[in-house]
Write a protein that binds this ligand. Structure first.
Ligand code: BG6
Length: 487
Protein backbone atom coordinates (compact mmCIF):
# COMPACT_ATOMS: atom_id res chain seq x y z
CA UNK A 1 0.00 0.00 0.00
CA UNK A 2 1.14 3.52 -0.76
CA UNK A 3 -0.76 5.26 2.02
CA UNK A 4 0.71 6.07 5.39
CA UNK A 5 -1.08 5.06 8.56
CA UNK A 6 -3.85 7.53 9.31
CA UNK A 7 -6.50 8.44 11.79
CA UNK A 8 -9.56 9.66 9.92
CA UNK A 9 -12.12 11.67 11.83
CA UNK A 10 -15.40 12.10 10.03
CA UNK A 11 -17.57 14.93 11.30
CA UNK A 12 -21.13 14.31 10.20
CA UNK A 13 -20.62 10.57 10.51
CA UNK A 14 -24.34 9.80 10.76
CA UNK A 15 -25.18 11.90 7.72
CA UNK A 16 -26.11 11.10 4.18
CA UNK A 17 -22.79 11.71 2.45
CA UNK A 18 -20.85 9.52 4.86
CA UNK A 19 -23.37 6.76 4.44
CA UNK A 20 -23.72 6.89 0.66
CA UNK A 21 -20.14 7.68 -0.31
CA UNK A 22 -17.50 7.64 2.39
CA UNK A 23 -17.99 4.25 4.05
CA UNK A 24 -18.41 2.32 0.80
CA UNK A 25 -15.35 4.08 -0.65
CA UNK A 26 -13.24 3.34 2.41
CA UNK A 27 -14.34 -0.27 2.25
CA UNK A 28 -13.28 -0.53 -1.39
CA UNK A 29 -9.90 0.96 -0.60
CA UNK A 30 -9.52 -1.40 2.33
CA UNK A 31 -10.39 -4.47 0.29
CA UNK A 32 -8.10 -3.46 -2.53
CA UNK A 33 -5.30 -3.12 -0.02
CA UNK A 34 -5.01 0.57 -0.80
CA UNK A 35 -5.06 1.78 2.75
CA UNK A 36 -2.55 0.91 5.34
CA UNK A 37 -3.73 -1.73 7.79
CA UNK A 38 -2.77 0.79 10.42
CA UNK A 39 -5.79 3.00 10.26
CA UNK A 40 -8.69 4.00 12.43
CA UNK A 41 -11.84 5.98 11.82
CA UNK A 42 -13.66 8.03 14.42
CA UNK A 43 -17.20 8.86 13.48
CA UNK A 44 -18.16 12.17 15.05
CA UNK A 45 -21.73 13.45 15.19
CA UNK A 46 -24.29 14.94 17.52
CA UNK A 47 -26.41 11.83 17.98
CA UNK A 48 -25.94 9.81 21.13
CA UNK A 49 -25.07 6.59 19.39
CA UNK A 50 -23.20 3.70 20.89
CA UNK A 51 -20.16 2.35 19.14
CA UNK A 52 -22.17 -0.75 18.27
CA UNK A 53 -24.89 1.31 16.64
CA UNK A 54 -22.33 3.16 14.60
CA UNK A 55 -20.56 0.02 13.48
CA UNK A 56 -23.88 -1.44 12.42
CA UNK A 57 -24.60 1.76 10.48
CA UNK A 58 -21.27 1.55 8.65
CA UNK A 59 -21.83 -2.11 7.89
CA UNK A 60 -25.32 -1.41 6.54
CA UNK A 61 -24.04 1.37 4.36
CA UNK A 62 -21.38 -0.90 2.89
CA UNK A 63 -23.81 -3.74 2.31
CA UNK A 64 -26.42 -1.50 0.70
CA UNK A 65 -24.01 -0.02 -1.74
CA UNK A 66 -21.65 -2.91 -2.41
CA UNK A 67 -23.45 -6.02 -1.33
CA UNK A 68 -20.43 -8.00 -0.25
CA UNK A 69 -19.53 -9.06 3.23
CA UNK A 70 -15.97 -10.09 2.58
CA UNK A 71 -13.66 -8.77 5.31
CA UNK A 72 -16.41 -6.61 6.72
CA UNK A 73 -15.76 -7.57 10.33
CA UNK A 74 -12.13 -6.71 10.14
CA UNK A 75 -12.97 -3.46 8.39
CA UNK A 76 -15.54 -2.46 10.99
CA UNK A 77 -13.19 -3.22 13.85
CA UNK A 78 -11.29 -0.04 12.92
CA UNK A 79 -14.32 2.19 13.54
CA UNK A 80 -15.04 4.20 16.69
CA UNK A 81 -17.73 6.69 17.56
CA UNK A 82 -17.84 9.90 19.50
CA UNK A 83 -21.02 11.82 20.18
CA UNK A 84 -20.13 15.45 19.90
CA UNK A 85 -21.22 19.04 20.41
CA UNK A 86 -19.43 21.17 17.80
CA UNK A 87 -19.23 24.28 19.95
CA UNK A 88 -18.18 22.71 23.24
CA UNK A 89 -14.49 22.39 24.15
CA UNK A 90 -15.23 19.46 26.45
CA UNK A 91 -16.35 17.49 23.43
CA UNK A 92 -13.09 18.15 21.66
CA UNK A 93 -11.05 17.14 24.66
CA UNK A 94 -12.88 13.81 24.88
CA UNK A 95 -12.26 13.39 21.17
CA UNK A 96 -8.60 14.23 21.56
CA UNK A 97 -8.20 11.60 24.27
CA UNK A 98 -9.79 8.97 22.09
CA UNK A 99 -7.63 10.06 19.15
CA UNK A 100 -4.45 9.89 21.21
CA UNK A 101 -5.24 6.41 22.46
CA UNK A 102 -5.99 5.16 18.93
CA UNK A 103 -2.76 6.76 17.82
CA UNK A 104 -0.96 4.45 20.22
CA UNK A 105 -3.07 1.41 19.61
CA UNK A 106 -2.67 1.48 15.82
CA UNK A 107 0.69 3.19 15.65
CA UNK A 108 -0.60 6.08 13.55
CA UNK A 109 2.34 8.47 14.03
CA UNK A 110 -0.01 11.34 14.79
CA UNK A 111 -1.22 11.47 11.17
CA UNK A 112 -4.71 12.92 11.12
CA UNK A 113 -7.34 13.69 8.53
CA UNK A 114 -10.35 15.73 9.61
CA UNK A 115 -13.20 15.24 7.18
CA UNK A 116 -16.04 17.74 7.51
CA UNK A 117 -19.01 16.01 5.91
CA UNK A 118 -21.65 18.30 7.33
CA UNK A 119 -23.43 21.64 7.14
CA UNK A 120 -20.96 24.40 6.20
CA UNK A 121 -22.08 26.77 8.95
CA UNK A 122 -19.99 24.72 11.40
CA UNK A 123 -16.76 24.53 9.38
CA UNK A 124 -15.15 27.53 11.04
CA UNK A 125 -16.20 26.61 14.58
CA UNK A 126 -14.80 23.13 14.17
CA UNK A 127 -11.45 24.18 12.76
CA UNK A 128 -11.05 26.77 15.52
CA UNK A 129 -11.61 24.09 18.14
CA UNK A 130 -9.43 21.48 16.45
CA UNK A 131 -6.55 23.82 16.89
CA UNK A 132 -7.33 25.44 20.23
CA UNK A 133 -8.24 22.15 21.91
CA UNK A 134 -5.05 20.53 20.76
CA UNK A 135 -6.23 17.99 18.20
CA UNK A 136 -3.60 19.19 15.76
CA UNK A 137 -0.80 19.03 18.35
CA UNK A 138 0.74 15.82 17.11
CA UNK A 139 3.76 14.85 15.09
CA UNK A 140 2.65 13.76 11.65
CA UNK A 141 0.41 15.36 9.06
CA UNK A 142 -2.89 17.16 9.59
CA UNK A 143 -5.27 17.48 6.69
CA UNK A 144 -8.66 19.07 6.51
CA UNK A 145 -11.19 17.86 3.96
CA UNK A 146 -14.17 20.09 3.29
CA UNK A 147 -17.26 19.56 1.27
CA UNK A 148 -19.06 22.22 -0.69
CA UNK A 149 -20.60 24.69 -0.55
CA UNK A 150 -17.50 26.72 0.17
CA UNK A 151 -19.34 29.95 0.92
CA UNK A 152 -22.33 31.45 -0.79
CA UNK A 153 -20.53 34.18 -2.69
CA UNK A 154 -17.05 35.68 -2.67
CA UNK A 155 -17.32 37.67 0.59
CA UNK A 156 -18.69 34.69 2.55
CA UNK A 157 -16.15 32.33 1.01
CA UNK A 158 -13.38 34.74 1.94
CA UNK A 159 -14.60 34.97 5.49
CA UNK A 160 -14.79 31.19 5.77
CA UNK A 161 -11.38 30.77 4.24
CA UNK A 162 -9.81 33.29 6.60
CA UNK A 163 -11.28 31.51 9.57
CA UNK A 164 -10.10 28.08 8.42
CA UNK A 165 -6.67 29.42 7.62
CA UNK A 166 -6.27 30.40 11.29
CA UNK A 167 -5.90 26.68 11.99
CA UNK A 168 -4.77 25.05 8.73
CA UNK A 169 -2.39 26.17 6.01
CA UNK A 170 -3.51 26.16 2.39
CA UNK A 171 -1.58 23.00 1.63
CA UNK A 172 -3.32 21.19 4.48
CA UNK A 173 -6.76 22.00 3.04
CA UNK A 174 -8.45 19.58 0.65
CA UNK A 175 -11.58 21.16 -0.85
CA UNK A 176 -13.67 18.50 -2.49
CA UNK A 177 -15.10 18.93 -5.94
CA UNK A 178 -16.24 15.41 -6.64
CA UNK A 179 -16.23 16.04 -10.41
CA UNK A 180 -12.44 16.12 -10.19
CA UNK A 181 -12.55 12.54 -8.95
CA UNK A 182 -14.48 11.29 -11.97
CA UNK A 183 -12.52 9.01 -14.21
CA UNK A 184 -13.30 10.83 -17.45
CA UNK A 185 -12.80 14.28 -15.99
CA UNK A 186 -9.32 13.14 -15.03
CA UNK A 187 -8.99 11.82 -18.55
CA UNK A 188 -9.41 15.27 -20.14
CA UNK A 189 -5.76 16.08 -19.54
CA UNK A 190 -4.58 12.74 -20.86
CA UNK A 191 -6.67 12.95 -24.02
CA UNK A 192 -5.34 16.43 -24.64
CA UNK A 193 -1.70 16.08 -23.75
CA UNK A 194 -0.96 12.49 -24.72
CA UNK A 195 -2.26 12.63 -28.28
CA UNK A 196 -0.44 14.17 -31.22
CA UNK A 197 -3.79 14.13 -32.96
CA UNK A 198 -5.46 16.61 -30.64
CA UNK A 199 -2.83 18.72 -28.99
CA UNK A 200 -1.86 20.73 -32.11
CA UNK A 201 -5.51 21.40 -32.95
CA UNK A 202 -6.54 22.46 -29.46
CA UNK A 203 -6.90 26.18 -30.08
CA UNK A 204 -8.90 28.91 -31.77
CA UNK A 205 -7.52 28.13 -35.19
CA UNK A 206 -9.15 24.71 -35.30
CA UNK A 207 -11.85 24.64 -32.66
CA UNK A 208 -15.05 26.55 -33.33
CA UNK A 209 -16.75 26.05 -29.98
CA UNK A 210 -16.92 23.78 -26.95
CA UNK A 211 -20.09 22.59 -25.25
CA UNK A 212 -20.19 21.24 -21.73
CA UNK A 213 -23.49 19.71 -20.60
CA UNK A 214 -24.38 18.24 -17.24
CA UNK A 215 -28.02 17.32 -17.08
CA UNK A 216 -29.86 15.51 -14.34
CA UNK A 217 -33.13 13.65 -14.31
CA UNK A 218 -33.75 14.16 -10.62
CA UNK A 219 -35.28 17.29 -9.17
CA UNK A 220 -34.26 18.86 -5.87
CA UNK A 221 -35.65 15.93 -3.87
CA UNK A 222 -35.35 16.64 -0.15
CA UNK A 223 -32.91 19.49 -0.56
CA UNK A 224 -35.35 22.34 -1.14
CA UNK A 225 -34.15 24.34 1.82
CA UNK A 226 -30.54 24.30 0.67
CA UNK A 227 -31.34 24.65 -3.02
CA UNK A 228 -33.63 27.68 -2.59
CA UNK A 229 -30.62 29.68 -1.45
CA UNK A 230 -28.28 28.11 -3.92
CA UNK A 231 -29.80 27.47 -7.34
CA UNK A 232 -28.01 25.81 -10.23
CA UNK A 233 -25.49 28.60 -10.64
CA UNK A 234 -23.99 28.17 -7.17
CA UNK A 235 -24.70 24.45 -6.93
CA UNK A 236 -23.10 23.37 -10.22
CA UNK A 237 -21.58 26.22 -12.23
CA UNK A 238 -19.33 27.86 -9.63
CA UNK A 239 -17.62 24.53 -8.95
CA UNK A 240 -18.09 21.52 -11.24
CA UNK A 241 -18.73 23.30 -14.53
CA UNK A 242 -15.93 25.85 -14.16
CA UNK A 243 -13.51 23.14 -13.07
CA UNK A 244 -14.23 21.18 -16.23
CA UNK A 245 -13.77 24.33 -18.31
CA UNK A 246 -10.42 24.98 -16.63
CA UNK A 247 -9.20 21.47 -17.50
CA UNK A 248 -10.38 21.81 -21.08
CA UNK A 249 -8.81 25.19 -21.63
CA UNK A 250 -5.58 25.15 -19.63
CA UNK A 251 -2.12 25.32 -21.16
CA UNK A 252 0.00 22.17 -20.93
CA UNK A 253 1.61 22.15 -17.48
CA UNK A 254 5.40 21.92 -17.54
CA UNK A 255 5.11 18.78 -15.48
CA UNK A 256 2.36 16.79 -13.84
CA UNK A 257 2.78 18.14 -10.36
CA UNK A 258 0.00 19.50 -8.21
CA UNK A 259 1.38 22.98 -8.30
CA UNK A 260 1.95 23.13 -12.04
CA UNK A 261 -1.48 21.76 -12.91
CA UNK A 262 -3.27 23.96 -10.43
CA UNK A 263 -1.27 26.93 -11.67
CA UNK A 264 -2.44 26.40 -15.24
CA UNK A 265 -6.05 25.94 -14.21
CA UNK A 266 -6.05 29.14 -12.24
CA UNK A 267 -4.79 31.04 -15.27
CA UNK A 268 -7.85 29.95 -17.23
CA UNK A 269 -10.14 31.28 -14.53
CA UNK A 270 -8.17 34.51 -14.48
CA UNK A 271 -8.69 34.84 -18.23
CA UNK A 272 -12.48 34.37 -18.07
CA UNK A 273 -14.01 37.48 -19.55
CA UNK A 274 -15.93 39.17 -16.71
CA UNK A 275 -19.48 40.23 -17.48
CA UNK A 276 -20.95 43.68 -17.06
CA UNK A 277 -24.43 44.07 -15.60
CA UNK A 278 -26.12 44.61 -18.93
CA UNK A 279 -24.23 41.73 -20.58
CA UNK A 280 -25.47 39.05 -18.21
CA UNK A 281 -28.71 38.56 -20.17
CA UNK A 282 -26.77 38.12 -23.43
CA UNK A 283 -24.40 35.51 -22.00
CA UNK A 284 -26.49 33.62 -19.46
CA UNK A 285 -29.91 32.01 -19.47
CA UNK A 286 -31.73 30.69 -16.43
CA UNK A 287 -34.53 28.21 -16.20
CA UNK A 288 -36.86 26.69 -13.66
CA UNK A 289 -38.82 23.50 -14.15
CA UNK A 290 -42.57 23.50 -14.01
CA UNK A 291 -45.02 20.63 -13.68
CA UNK A 292 -45.46 18.31 -16.65
CA UNK A 293 -48.39 16.50 -18.18
CA UNK A 294 -47.57 13.16 -16.63
CA UNK A 295 -47.94 14.51 -13.13
CA UNK A 296 -44.33 15.47 -12.49
CA UNK A 297 -44.09 18.24 -9.89
CA UNK A 298 -42.78 21.67 -10.70
CA UNK A 299 -39.96 23.18 -8.67
CA UNK A 300 -42.34 25.56 -6.92
CA UNK A 301 -44.35 22.59 -5.67
CA UNK A 302 -41.36 20.83 -4.13
CA UNK A 303 -41.13 20.60 -0.32
CA UNK A 304 -39.51 23.60 1.38
CA UNK A 305 -39.64 25.68 -1.78
CA UNK A 306 -41.30 29.09 -1.98
CA UNK A 307 -44.43 28.84 -4.22
CA UNK A 308 -43.19 32.02 -5.96
CA UNK A 309 -39.56 31.01 -5.98
CA UNK A 310 -37.22 32.85 -8.31
CA UNK A 311 -34.49 30.20 -7.90
CA UNK A 312 -33.04 28.77 -11.11
CA UNK A 313 -32.83 25.02 -11.58
CA UNK A 314 -31.18 25.38 -14.97
CA UNK A 315 -28.34 27.53 -16.28
CA UNK A 316 -26.89 27.89 -19.74
CA UNK A 317 -24.04 30.25 -20.41
CA UNK A 318 -21.43 31.37 -22.86
CA UNK A 319 -17.92 31.86 -21.51
CA UNK A 320 -15.13 33.62 -23.30
CA UNK A 321 -11.54 33.04 -22.35
CA UNK A 322 -9.49 36.04 -23.26
CA UNK A 323 -6.10 34.59 -23.96
CA UNK A 324 -4.03 33.77 -27.02
CA UNK A 325 -5.23 30.19 -27.36
CA UNK A 326 -8.95 30.79 -27.04
CA UNK A 327 -9.59 34.23 -28.50
CA UNK A 328 -13.02 34.18 -30.11
CA UNK A 329 -13.95 30.60 -29.18
CA UNK A 330 -17.14 30.40 -27.15
CA UNK A 331 -17.36 27.77 -24.45
CA UNK A 332 -20.99 27.00 -23.80
CA UNK A 333 -22.08 25.34 -20.59
CA UNK A 334 -25.46 24.10 -19.44
CA UNK A 335 -26.74 22.24 -16.44
CA UNK A 336 -30.17 21.57 -15.09
CA UNK A 337 -32.38 19.48 -12.88
CA UNK A 338 -35.38 17.50 -14.11
CA UNK A 339 -34.11 17.23 -17.65
CA UNK A 340 -34.70 14.37 -20.08
CA UNK A 341 -31.63 12.37 -19.14
CA UNK A 342 -28.82 12.08 -16.68
CA UNK A 343 -25.74 12.82 -18.70
CA UNK A 344 -22.50 14.72 -18.51
CA UNK A 345 -20.71 15.27 -21.81
CA UNK A 346 -18.24 17.56 -23.45
CA UNK A 347 -18.39 18.26 -27.17
CA UNK A 348 -15.44 19.84 -28.94
CA UNK A 349 -16.57 21.10 -32.33
CA UNK A 350 -13.81 21.62 -34.88
CA UNK A 351 -13.93 24.27 -37.55
CA UNK A 352 -14.96 23.40 -41.06
CA UNK A 353 -12.17 22.56 -43.45
CA UNK A 354 -11.12 25.46 -45.69
CA UNK A 355 -12.74 24.13 -48.84
CA UNK A 356 -15.35 21.48 -49.13
CA UNK A 357 -14.84 19.33 -52.19
CA UNK A 358 -17.84 17.26 -51.33
CA UNK A 359 -20.23 20.12 -51.10
CA UNK A 360 -23.77 19.07 -51.51
CA UNK A 361 -26.51 21.59 -50.99
CA UNK A 362 -28.87 19.04 -49.55
CA UNK A 363 -26.34 17.54 -47.23
CA UNK A 364 -23.62 19.80 -45.88
CA UNK A 365 -20.51 18.13 -44.54
CA UNK A 366 -20.77 17.45 -40.82
CA UNK A 367 -18.10 19.08 -38.67
CA UNK A 368 -15.64 16.88 -36.81
CA UNK A 369 -16.57 16.47 -33.18
CA UNK A 370 -14.73 15.02 -30.28
CA UNK A 371 -17.16 13.95 -27.60
CA UNK A 372 -15.93 13.16 -24.11
CA UNK A 373 -18.53 11.11 -22.25
CA UNK A 374 -18.16 11.72 -18.54
CA UNK A 375 -21.22 9.86 -17.24
CA UNK A 376 -23.13 7.59 -17.13
CA UNK A 377 -21.18 6.27 -20.14
CA UNK A 378 -17.46 6.80 -19.95
CA UNK A 379 -15.56 7.12 -23.18
CA UNK A 380 -14.76 9.20 -26.22
CA UNK A 381 -16.30 9.41 -29.65
CA UNK A 382 -14.72 11.01 -32.66
CA UNK A 383 -17.08 12.08 -35.42
CA UNK A 384 -15.47 11.95 -38.86
CA UNK A 385 -16.60 11.93 -42.48
CA UNK A 386 -15.86 8.99 -44.74
CA UNK A 387 -16.81 7.84 -48.16
CA UNK A 388 -20.21 6.36 -48.56
CA UNK A 389 -19.60 2.95 -49.97
CA UNK A 390 -20.59 2.41 -53.56
CA UNK A 391 -21.30 6.03 -54.38
CA UNK A 392 -18.75 8.21 -56.07
CA UNK A 393 -18.22 11.32 -54.01
CA UNK A 394 -20.83 11.06 -51.37
CA UNK A 395 -19.73 11.29 -47.78
CA UNK A 396 -21.19 9.74 -44.73
CA UNK A 397 -20.55 10.49 -41.07
CA UNK A 398 -18.76 7.78 -39.12
CA UNK A 399 -17.98 7.50 -35.43
CA UNK A 400 -14.88 6.11 -33.78
CA UNK A 401 -15.83 4.98 -30.35
CA UNK A 402 -13.92 4.16 -27.24
CA UNK A 403 -15.91 3.03 -24.26
CA UNK A 404 -14.12 3.06 -20.97
CA UNK A 405 -16.85 1.02 -19.32
CA UNK A 406 -16.07 -2.00 -21.43
CA UNK A 407 -12.40 -1.86 -20.51
CA UNK A 408 -12.55 -1.28 -16.80
CA UNK A 409 -16.10 -2.48 -16.32
CA UNK A 410 -17.42 -2.24 -12.83
CA UNK A 411 -13.97 -1.67 -11.44
CA UNK A 412 -13.95 2.01 -12.29
CA UNK A 413 -13.56 3.47 -8.85
CA UNK A 414 -16.03 6.02 -7.67
CA UNK A 415 -14.94 9.61 -7.45
CA UNK A 416 -14.93 9.58 -3.65
CA UNK A 417 -12.76 6.53 -3.51
CA UNK A 418 -10.12 8.21 -5.59
CA UNK A 419 -10.31 11.48 -3.70
CA UNK A 420 -10.07 9.83 -0.29
CA UNK A 421 -7.10 7.86 -1.46
CA UNK A 422 -5.45 10.99 -2.88
CA UNK A 423 -5.93 12.81 0.39
CA UNK A 424 -4.40 9.95 2.36
CA UNK A 425 -1.42 10.00 0.03
CA UNK A 426 -1.17 13.77 0.34
CA UNK A 427 -1.92 14.48 -3.31
CA UNK A 428 -4.03 17.62 -3.61
CA UNK A 429 -4.05 17.84 -7.42
CA UNK A 430 -7.70 16.91 -7.74
CA UNK A 431 -8.92 19.25 -5.05
CA UNK A 432 -9.75 22.90 -5.54
CA UNK A 433 -7.28 25.52 -4.44
CA UNK A 434 -8.46 28.70 -2.78
CA UNK A 435 -7.43 30.65 -5.89
CA UNK A 436 -9.93 28.64 -7.98
CA UNK A 437 -12.67 29.12 -5.46
CA UNK A 438 -12.05 32.84 -5.28
CA UNK A 439 -11.98 33.41 -9.03
CA UNK A 440 -15.01 31.21 -9.63
CA UNK A 441 -17.06 33.11 -7.11
CA UNK A 442 -15.95 36.42 -8.51
CA UNK A 443 -17.19 35.30 -11.91
CA UNK A 444 -20.59 33.92 -10.89
CA UNK A 445 -21.31 36.62 -8.29
CA UNK A 446 -21.97 39.12 -11.06
CA UNK A 447 -24.55 36.81 -12.57
CA UNK A 448 -26.33 36.10 -9.31
CA UNK A 449 -26.33 39.79 -8.46
CA UNK A 450 -28.15 40.63 -11.67
CA UNK A 451 -30.50 37.67 -11.35
CA UNK A 452 -31.41 38.54 -7.80
CA UNK A 453 -32.35 42.10 -8.71
CA UNK A 454 -34.32 41.18 -11.82
CA UNK A 455 -36.98 38.64 -11.12
CA UNK A 456 -37.53 36.20 -13.95
CA UNK A 457 -41.17 36.68 -14.97
CA UNK A 458 -41.24 33.68 -17.29
CA UNK A 459 -40.60 31.09 -14.53
CA UNK A 460 -41.31 28.23 -14.76
CA UNK A 461 -39.96 28.12 -18.31
CA UNK A 462 -39.38 24.43 -18.98
CA UNK A 463 -41.45 21.37 -18.15
CA UNK A 464 -40.02 18.74 -15.85
CA UNK A 465 -38.44 15.99 -17.93
CA UNK A 466 -37.62 18.14 -20.95
CA UNK A 467 -34.59 19.74 -22.55
CA UNK A 468 -34.64 23.10 -20.78
CA UNK A 469 -35.79 26.59 -21.80
CA UNK A 470 -35.91 27.75 -25.41
CA UNK A 471 -33.71 30.70 -24.61
CA UNK A 472 -30.81 28.28 -24.16
CA UNK A 473 -31.07 27.31 -27.82
CA UNK A 474 -31.19 30.95 -28.87
CA UNK A 475 -27.99 31.58 -26.96
CA UNK A 476 -26.14 29.44 -29.51
CA UNK A 477 -28.26 30.29 -32.53
CA UNK A 478 -27.15 33.92 -32.18
CA UNK A 479 -23.62 32.70 -32.85
CA UNK A 480 -24.61 30.36 -35.66
CA UNK A 481 -24.28 27.19 -33.54
CA UNK A 482 -26.60 24.73 -31.88
CA UNK A 483 -26.34 22.30 -29.01
CA UNK A 484 -25.26 18.89 -30.15
CA UNK A 485 -27.69 16.27 -28.96
CA UNK A 486 -26.44 14.67 -25.77
CA UNK A 487 -27.26 11.06 -26.62
C1 BG6 B 1 -23.66 18.14 -6.35
C2 BG6 B 1 -24.85 19.04 -6.34
O1 BG6 B 1 -22.49 18.87 -6.10
O2 BG6 B 1 -23.56 17.50 -7.62
C3 BG6 B 1 -26.11 18.26 -6.67
O3 BG6 B 1 -24.99 19.65 -5.08
C4 BG6 B 1 -25.94 17.50 -7.94
O4 BG6 B 1 -27.24 19.12 -6.73
C5 BG6 B 1 -24.66 16.69 -7.94
O5 BG6 B 1 -27.05 16.65 -8.09
C6 BG6 B 1 -24.41 16.06 -9.29
O6 BG6 B 1 -23.37 15.14 -9.18
P1 BG6 B 1 -23.26 13.90 -10.14
O7 BG6 B 1 -22.00 13.23 -9.76
O8 BG6 B 1 -24.48 13.06 -9.93
O9 BG6 B 1 -23.24 14.47 -11.54
Amino acid sequence: TDTPSTLLMIFGATGDLAKRKLYPSLFHLFNKGKISKDFAVIGVARREWTEEQFKKHVEDSVLTSIGTKENIDEFISHFYYQSHDVSDSESYITLKNLADSLDNKYNLHGNRIFYLAMAPEFFGTITDHLKSDGLTDTQGFHRLVIEKPFGHDLPSAEQLNNQIRESFTEDQIYRIDHYLGKEMVQNIEVIRFANALFEPLWNSRYISNIQVTSSEELGVEERGRYYEKSGALRDMVQNHMLQMVALLAMEPPIKLTTEEIRGEKVKVLRALRPLKDDEVKDYFVRGQYGPNETGGRGYRQEPNVDPNSNTETYVAGKLMIDNFRWAGVPIYIRTGKRMETKSTKIVIQFKDIPMNLYYNRDKPLAPNLLVIHIQPDEGITLHLNAKKSGQNVETTPVKLNFSNNSVDGMNTPEAYEKLLHDCMRGDATNFTHWDDVKLSWAYVDKISEVWETTKETEFPNYCAGTAGPKAADELLEKDGFYWWPID
